[in-house]
Design a binder for this molecule. Structure first.
Ligand code: GAL
Length: 665
């Protein structure tokens, strides 16, 4: 049976009853019943309420909340409450407050005010975790554990002396001896050779550019330090309740974590996603994040742990959601494998930093667009219960690497305009526009079973990853690689010879020199399209030119190439192309490979999204119209939201969602 901890498409929110009176708690339970809430994330920021002074525990209020939830048939995704250490903690141990790169120690007053490597924090957090685990181990409302909250979101990079010592320990494990570290960091450059481990510090603000490998290793260490918090707290929970699932809410849009290394430690993958309200095509970015979540889950169902019912409070202009938008966002996550739809938060706070953040119960109460939609969504998810546990299939793998992003986003590169996420989003957008489903995978992932692998700006490419792509193409696969891929190894050392080092053979090209373009400058290609940001002096070594420059710094030089390699083919985009040009190229490649969307679009205006979830229960076609016109789409079966039969075509009005249980045979 599918579903999160036995709950078919779980529905709910962060629940913060500590902000409200007991009268309100009663109303909460009644409203949760009306909305069909099945799961709430509880006690996330409750440390100061549970332990108002050191060792003085007050669980009675939480007992009552847990009992109330149980009485109402609602499950708890119970937090160990370690995300926000109380004022007494920071006052007693000011040395646990995080330090910025310039040496400033931040003050208490917000959440996550602790150094991830602090043993004092850890000791107190584990003590609280054990108390909570012991107290609620047998509670019937307990469904799963929610470790901390968005671990590292505000404090991942701490440069204090405690972090420095932890960093050195991490480096000793990685390199064993100092010579290896000196070699990896290239410390013979600018006279940086270390002669003692104690000389190594976090990359604090220095006089000029720091050592990039030092910086990269500090980011690796910092991601691991946060993972280590999760593991330690998880281990305590597991020791007390070995059968209760443990997770934490990941933030794939936050750039500082390498979640590929976190994923195996989570019993179920949970992510938070907030729409970039200023982006009119935010649904494409939503799709990408959902696909990242599914990738982290290894294709299994995952949880949308937080999103918003309407506006947030932390963007420059917090645009509210249009009628239907919240439902559409929610079902888009489900369409890409989520088996839980949860919000931040249940009831809008009257005070504090997030009082203008939307919630399931808005300030204006239940006579509202938001509440009506919240109730309707609960009903819809109920009708979709049978979808829980089903999965998606993809013929395209999309290689995503947080570490390449870290490395490319640091200074001292050929062009400030080369941004990792820019290429990621451009290529992903083309695949989304083409309507095909993609699996987001880690570098080095098993590629067998895919027809096409897309590799946007994979700056760091170790030999294992390069080999897996070589072998995949040699065996008949197709690959699209974009500029600034395969340039450096895991230590950020440039591959000797010529660019794009690790991919020269498979791409059949040799790049002699980079020619970044000036700000705003474009170059024309012989197919009439325009390039910007980047160009390179590229020589064909087996590849064929698809498009070459007619002007700019390199007239006559190829900008887009294709190479026959073994049984397969490798395309190289050696410049930043306009979105329409990338779309056309990707569509040509997909056509050649006969990779198609889940359904043929009969009259498909732009903005229609189709995905299919399948399992032993059946096959479910999700159709979402993000566009402005009615779409006429091919489908046959029972539409689960309306309960109507669909005979062959379905008219999907602008903004609407349909989920069709497909007829087989
Ligand atoms: C998340 C966080 C929540 C809340 C929310 C607001 O990053 O986990 O606690 O702050 O943002 O959008």
């Amino acid at each position: 049976m599918g579903g999160i901890q036995g709950i078919r498409i779980a529905y709910g929110a962060d629940y913060n009853p500590e902000q409200w009176s007991r009268e309100v708690w009663k109303e909460d339970l009644e409203l949760m019943r009306q909305a069909g809430v099945s799961l709430v994330s509880l006690a996330i920021f409750a440390w100061s309420e549970l332990e108002p002074s050191s060792g003085d525990y007050r669980f009675e209020w939480l007992d009552d909340v847990m009992d109330g939830l149980d009485g109402a048939g609602i499950k708890a995704n119970l937090s160990n409450a370690t995300a926000s250490p109380p004022p007494w903690f920071s006052a007693t141990f000011p040395e646990t407050l995080p330090v910025l790169a310039d040496g400033t120690r931040v003050w208490p007053g917000a959440r996550q005010g602790f150094c991830p490597s602090s043993p004092i924090y850890r000791e107190h957090a584990l003590r609280l975790t054990r108390m909570i685990a012991e107290r609620y181990r047998e509670h019937p409302a307990l469904a799963m554990w929610h470790v901390s909250n968005e671990i590292g979101n505000h404090n991942i990079l701490c440069y204090c002396d405690v972090s420095a010592a932890a960093f050195r320990t991490w480096l000793e494990t990685r390199y064993r001896d100092l010579d290896q570290l000196n070699e990896a960091w290239g410390t013979s450059f600018w006279g940086q050779r270390y002669s003692d481990w104690q000389q190594i510090l976090p990359p604090r603000q220095a006089a000029s550019f720091g050592n990039p490998t030092h910086d990269l290793d500090f980011r690796r260490f910092s991601s691991d330090a946060c993972l280590s918090i999760y593991r330690a707290e998880r281990d305590v929970l597991r020791s007390v309740t070995p059968d209760v699932a443990v997770t934490t809410n990941l933030t794939p849009n936050h750039r500082e974590f390498d979640y590929w290394s976190w994923a195996p430690d989570l019993d179920v993958i949970a992510v938070d996603h907030y729409l970039k309200a200023a982006d009119p095509d935010a649904h494409v970015e939503l799709a990408f994040t959902a696909d990242v979540a599914r990738g982290l889950a290894g294709g299994e169902p995952w949880m949308l742990m937080e999103h918003s019912t309407s506006a947030v409070n932390w963007q420059p202009r917090n645009v509210a959601k249009q009628p239907g938008e919240m439902t559409r966002n929610s079902l888009q996550h489900v369409a890409r494998g989520a088996d839980a739809v949860m919000f931040f938060q249940w009831r809008a706070s009257r005070f504090g930093a997030e009082k203008y953040h939307s919630a399931m119960v808005p300030h204006a109460g239940t006579e509202t667009k938001v509440w009506r939609e919240v109730v309707q969504l609960g009903e819809v998810l109920d009708r979709l219960a049978e979808v829980a546990g089903t999965t998606l299939q993809a013929e395209v793998a999309f290689l995503f690497d947080w570490q390449s992003g870290w490395a490319l986003d640091t200074p001292s590169h050929p062009s400030i305009d080369v941004e990792y996420r820019d290429q990621v989003h451009s290529l992903y957008r083309s695949l989304w526009n083409a309507g095909v489903t993609v699996d987001v995978v880690a570098p080095g992932a098993d590629l067998s079973g895919y027809g096409l692998v897309v590799v946007p700006s994979l700056y760091i490419t170790n030999t294992g990853t390069a080999r897996s792509i070589d072998e995949f193409v040699a065996a008949g696969g197709a690959v699209i690689v974009t500029y600034m891929s395969g340039v450096v190894d895991d230590n950020l050392h440039v591959f000797s010879g010529a660019f794009p080092g690790a991919f020269r053979d498979v791409l059949g090209v040799r790049v002699e020199e980079f020619f970044p373009l000036r700000e705003g400058e474009t170059a024309t290609l012989d197919d009439g399209s325009r390039a910007s940001v980047w160009s390179e002096l590229l020589h064909l070594e087996g590849a064929e030119a698809i498009a070459s420059y007619v002007d700019g710094p390199l007239p006559g030089t190829p900008a887009v190439t294709v190479n026959e390699y073994g049984e397969g083919r490798a395309w190289y985009l050696a410049t930043r192309l306009e979105q329409g040009t990338v779309d056309n190229l990707v569509q040509d490649v997909l056509r050649t490979l006969k990779i198609r969307p889940p359904i043929p679009m009969i009259t498909a205006p732009a903005g229609v999204e189709a995905t299919r979830r399948t399992g032993s229960a059946g096959s479910y076609l999700f159709l979402i119209n993000h566009g402005v016109e009615t779409a006429h789409l091919m489908a046959k079966g029972r539409e689960l939201i309306t309960g109507r039969d669909v005979a062959g075509t379905l008219a999907l009005r602008a903004g609407a969602v349909a989920v069709v249980r497909e007829e087989t045979g």
